[in-house]
Design a binder for this molecule. Structure first.
Ligand SMILES: [Zn+2]
Length: 166
């Protein structure tokens, strides 16, 4: 069995007049994330980690924000398409471990819903998706609530019996 690790990082600015989407879930908050898509920073970090693990470039390469068809798109669609690319390359997900960095709102109550949502989109067991939330103790742009960032690591694996490029 071949296993590969991938890493992803993303940031979006917090602004008024936008919904806050994280991990495919709409979170009640006074601010939302600015972006061409729904700006789901966690999903974008996971997509980049998956693509990186398979050496398939990055999310901007596959879903350019100059393409009008991706305007305000639900990032769950981008995640499903990304996982399809990973499977077409002959890989299956091992696990995801991700961290969201946000001063507000408190995210821990929403973690189980995000895990279940992502598991459904990826068609993997919920137990393979670990999500953590932290703050930066009021320091930096996340601490000043100017934005939210997310980090993700993933492991993908390929069984040697499966077809695909080696
Ligand atoms: Zn993004």
């Amino acid at each position: 069995m071949k296993i590969r690790v991938g890493f992803g990082f993303d940031v979006h600015a917090l602004v008024t007049g936008r919904d806050l989407w994280l991990g495919g879930v709409k979170i009640p908050h006074t601010l939302g994330l600015q972006g061409h898509s729904d700006a789901d920073v966690l999903i974008h970090a996971i997509c980049d980690a998956l693509l990186g693990a398979a050496n398939l470039r990055d999310i901007g390469y596959h879903f350019p924000d100059t393409a009008g068809k991706y305007k305000n798109i639900d990032s769950k669609i981008l995640l499903a398409r990304t996982m399809q690319l990973i499977r077409e390359a002959g890989y299956e997900l091992g696990n995801i471990d991700a961290t969201i960095v946000a001063e507000q709102p408190k995210l821990n109550p929403h973690i189980p819903t995000m895990q279940a949502t992502l598991a459904t989109v990826l068609q993997v067991p919920t137990n393979d998706i670990s999500l953590k939330a932290t703050t930066t103790e009021h320091l930096g742009f996340t601490g000043r609530q100017e934005g939210i960032s997310a980090y993700a690591t993933v492991l993908i694996q390929k069984n040697s019996e499966l077809p695909g490029p080696f």
